[in-house]
Design a protein around this ligand. Structure first.
Ligand SMILES: NC(=O)N[C@@H](O)C(=O)O
Ligand code: NI
Length: 179
């Protein structure tokens, strides 16, 4: 059997397998922002030309009564192919992950709104120089580090209220990074 194209879904041994697609701002736009220093974003020299500022890359949202905080998540690598059995969302604020360990990672998302089914998932392979910012309420799988223990700078919300809903998927979906 030919390898499925990135982003394609293939039914292997009765379980649907999705091969990750490359992360681009356009493809990720329905779910939030891609945080990367590319010529596609507004950038300009500062500090007398010593530094280039890649400006205003993500919409950080702590909602009413929330506070924006910065943390570090140290993720253990996930074994591939990985079964996606649940998703979560943060209804009160956004959540951004910026890789610090020089490794790629996987991003699994579904649109904000009703609880997703396995058929609603989008799977992206993020490069080591790309961060993501999940917009408020966007369904996503908890951190999916690859290849080794990986640190991520995380920008999200602290404050009152319940800010993490979890849902079990109606069927398991295996994900695999592109070959
Ligand atoms: N629990 C927690 O803060 N982690 C998740 O939100 C996640 O997206 O990894
Ligand atoms: Ni989260």
């Amino acid at each position: 059997m030919n390898a499925p194209a990135p982003g394609a879904a293939a039914v292997l041994s009765g379980t649907r397998t999705i091969v990750a697609e490359a992360l681009t701002p356009e493809a990720f736009a329905p779910f939030g922002d891609v945080i990367e220093a590319s010529d596609a974003v507004r950038h300009f020299p500062i500090n007398g030309g010593n530094t280039e500022r890649y400006h205003d890359l993500a919409d950080v949202d702590a909602g009413p009564g929330g506070r924006v905080i910065i943390s570090i998540f140290r993720g253990q690598p996930r074994a591939m192919p990985f079964p996606i059995e649940m998703m979560e969302r943060h209804p009160l604020g956004s959540q951004a992950f910026v890789p610090m360990s020089g490794r790629p990672y996987l991003v699994v998302v579904a649109p904000a709104g009703d609880a997703p089914s396995g058929g609603d998932l989008r799977v992206f392979l993020a490069r080591a120089d790309q961060g993501v910012n999940y917009a408020r309420g966007v369904w996503h799988h908890p951190l999916l580090a690859l290849d080794g223990v990986s640190d991520f700078l995380v920008v999200d919300r602290a404050g009152d209220g319940h800010n993490c809903d979890e849902v079990e998927l109606d069927h398991t979906v295996l994900i695999a990074p592109p070959r």
